[in-house]
Design a binder for this molecule. Sequence first.
Ligand SMILES: Nc1ncnc2c1ncn2[C@@H]1O[C@H](COP(=O)(O)OP(=O)(O)OP(=O)(O)O)[C@@H](O)[C@H]1O
Ligand code: SF4
Ligand SMILES: [Mg+2]
Length: 343
Amino acid sequence: MTIDPDPAAAPGPHAAPGVRVRDLTVVYRTPLGELPALHGVSLAIEPGTITGLVGESGSGKSTLALSLLNAVQPPGRIAAGQVEIDGLGDVTRLGGEELRRARGRHLGYVFQAAQNSLNPLKTVGKQLLDLGRSHGVADPAALVHDARLLLDRMGLPGARVLDSCQHELSGGMRQRVGIMFALVLNAHLVILDEPTTALDMITQAAILRIIREIHKERGLTTLIVTHDIGVAAEVTDRLAVMYGGRVVEHGPTTEVLGDPGHPYTQGLIRAIPRLSGDIDAARALPGRPPTLGTVPVDGCVFRERCPRRMDVCETGEPPVAWLGDRTVACHAAGAAPREKEHA
Ligand SMILES: Nc1ncnc2c1ncn2[C@@H]1O[C@H](COP(=O)(O)OP(=O)(O)OP(=O)(O)O)[C@@H](O)[C@H]1O
Ligand code: SF4
Ligand SMILES: [Mg+2]
């Protein structure tokens, strides 16, 4: 049985949207002043793909995911750039009611730590009906039916979960409830920030498989944020690698993982035995990722840890080179620099 809700109950564009992030800079106010967590990020997410966003903690993954919903909260703000989503236009210009309606109907999302984001005083079912009402869903019974099917499909007793409050559910159950909320209004752009971190390995694999199935069935564009490259390898078509508030490499997952072009991606992969294939050969990436206060203001942000550092890396942003279908922001990437990827 299909889990797609009645289209009349869940209006919205029924085609996978493309997303074009252009020169996006997001800053957070800190005791040292406003510092960029994203610095001139450009990224094209192709319609119908599952894109993984990977990188160490603090690289800016969640900030980028929030920006797609124009949901960066103070002390952060979008300081420059655009996020253009097919059917919605530049979401950085949306506000108020327009933005609220876009979220949920057009943009389904799970925030990081979603297992803590339910209302503690209301059952999941009541929160679902609130969501439906706030989006003008005409048939609440169909909405509940679809929610139950989604929960059942993710291995939960749907009817019981809908009757439960947050404290009656485990972290892993809440996380799946979060995924249900991201999907139940039939949004065609779905953004999942660390959607399976509270789950054991086997459940995680099952849920990711289900996300992928639903992505295909419904024809979605999906962005999955994860710090786990193994997860990204299993489920994504394309991979964007972030470091120090930049996307340093982006392209088909098989190419990025099979033949990484950026020294940072190479280091990340070498550090993972199940990807590098040899547990003895796995080597941790030396050094630590930068924080907002320690990201170099000039030159390549990765140079402190880079084995291929050159004089030219000390100043300016590394050029974006194309390697086939892939972009790599590095002086050593080897191909002639071309225009940034949103061109
Ligand atoms: N509310 C905030 N106030 C100040 N700095 C922030 C805030 N939120 C994020 N940052 C900083 O912005 C940078 C990017 O954070 P972000 O949460 O986007 O990273 P991330 O890649 O999602 O990390 P993680 O893997 O830990 O979730 C980090 O240096 C972080 O400390
Ligand atoms: S631009 Fe230079 S320092 Fe940066 S990753 Fe490339 S080679 Fe290393
Ligand atoms: Mg995050």
